[in-house]
Design a protein around this ligand. Structure first.
Ligand SMILES: Nc1ncnc2c1ncn2[C@@H]1O[C@H](COP(=O)(O)OP(=O)(O)O)[C@@H](O)[C@H]1O
Ligand SMILES: [Mg+2]
Length: 422
């Protein structure tokens, strides 16, 4: 395929493919991104296709193998015989493993494969390597008829948090993550705005990111009082509510303390007691937290009916969340209802949802795409779901809301309130 089409994107290249190819060779002058785009497009258009990358074996090759679904790598200097042998071997494997239908060529035409050829680089797909390792080809015997085996069931990862069998009525929702910047605050704000559509003025959003909470800024609210005042106020409901800020989307906010030192005056126990109290006053209590599992977050999780766990797609964040799950299991503090949110989702990061679930040991419930509109909404002080309904990130955040209340559907009145007001 002439190289110039690559500049028009993978689709344009694959559009020019006639017939149904069994094997594609990609390279040798393609970048990682180009190769991946092509391999994705080819696999989608021609399921089961065999993919060989033609490229020098360099130290970054492992990343290629991790990030792109390829079956083998071939050196650009490989002889025709070597290349043909590899193609034959891959083709045989694709048929034998049931990925592609048999072409119906006579078996005896198949040549014995020369796996000892130094030009033939490692066959990198371990499954292909294992299944096709041709002891038979070494011996000079007849190659047995390949048995078409059904594709093995994909292995379920070992769940740390198994999928929930039966949930309970949602009251206290705690949004948590082991690291900062994952989207906890964004998720908490949008949950409050979404649930307040159905339960106006019966939703309270508690900023329990006690040192650096920024909800009032993100919503451009004025809050003369904070959590530090609220935990020390008596039990009188009216007096208590007077310390909350109110958002025009019909929910209340308890601000984080204005300075980090004040955080020390709030004990985990006091926060836990407050959340219990709030649960009797409001239909929904939503708690945004500090990264990690400090006293405050543990105290909040102890009261939680629902845990919303947020992570981005990077391996360190996913691993950290897995550790958090493991610790919560040990402590017996896993909320009954769980919602696992993969945020900042974008293509071509080399991590697929399935990989993320394996690392996490838990199923992902909602994927939120990366979208600059999220930052714009936050800068404007508007919850994303009321900022631009059609944005994919808003739709995904709406899905988080609807896991808790499926009747929270966007309506014109709800969405355009802000626009009308300004
Ligand atoms: N899906 C997304 N796409 C783009 N930006 C996002 C997305 N989710 C969150 N952000 C932005 O990333 C930053 C961190 O998000 P935030 O919700 O404050 O995370 P956390 O509370 O976990 O620290 C914020 O500026 C927010 O607007
Ligand atoms: Mg935050």
């Amino acid at each position: 395929m002439p190289g110039e089409y690559v500049t028009f994107g993978a689709k344009a290249v694959v559009d020019r493919v006639d017939d149904r190819p069994r094997i594609a060779l990609l390279g040798p002058l393609l970048s990682f991104e180009e190769t991946r785009a092509l391999s994705d497009e080819l696999s989608e258009r021609f399921p089961g296709i065999g993919l060989i990358v033609v490229r020098e074996q360099r130290s970054d090759l492992e990343d290629w193998v991790d990030g792109i679904e390829i079956h083998a790598v071939l050196s650009p200097e490989a002889s025709d015989a070597t290349s043909e042998a590899l193609i034959d071997r891959l083709d045989g494997w694709l048929t034998a493993s049931g990925r592609l239908p048999d072409q119906g060529l006579g078996d005896d035409e198949e040549e014995a494969l020369d796996t000892g050829d130094p030009e033939l680089l490692a066959l990198l797909n371990p499954q292909f390597e294992r299944e096709s390792a041709p002891e038979a080809a070494e011996a000079d015997e007849e190659v047995p008829e390949p048995e078409v085996e059904p594709e093995p069931e994909p292995l379920e990862p070992e769940w740390i948090l198994p999928p929930i069998e039966e949930g309970i009525r949602t009251e206290v929702i705690v949004v948590a993550a082991p690291k900062g910047g994952q989207g906890k605050t964004t998720t908490a704000i949008n949950l409050a705005a979404g649930l307040a559509e159905v339960e106006p003025n019966s939703v309270v959003l508690v900023d329990a990111d006690v040192q650096f909470g920024d909800i009032v800024n993100a919503l451009e609210l004025k809050a003369p009082y904070s959590l530090a005042d609220v935990v020390h106020a008596g039990n009188d409901e009216v007096a208590l509510k007077a310390l909350f800020a109110h958002h025009e989307d019909d929910f209340f906010v308890i601000a984080a303390p204005p300075s980090p030192e004040l955080a020390d005056s709030i004990s985990g126990d006091a926060l836990g007691e407050l959340l219990k109290r709030l649960a009797t006053m409001f239909r929904y209590v939503i708690v945004d937290t500090t990264p990690g599992l400090g006293d405050h977050t543990l105290a909040a999780l102890e009261q939680a009916t629902d845990g919303v766990f947020v992570t981005n797609m990077t391996v360190p964040s996913l691993r950290a969340l897995r550790k958090e799950f493991e610790l919560l299991v040990t402590l017996g503090l896993v909320p009954t209802n769980r919602h696992i949110v993969l945020n900042f989702v974008e293509k071509n990061t080399g991590i697929l949802r399935k990989d993320a679930e394996t690392i996490l040991g838990a199923k992902i419930d909602v994927e939120i795409p990366r979208s600059t509109a999220v930052v714009v909404a936050s800068n404007e002080g508007t919850p994303m779901i009321h900022h631009d309904v059609r944005d994919p990130a808003a739709k995904a955040l709406r899905m988080v809301v609807q896991r808790i209340d499926p009747t929270a559907v966007p309506t014109r009145k709800r969405i355009h309130r802000k626009a009308r007001a300004s």
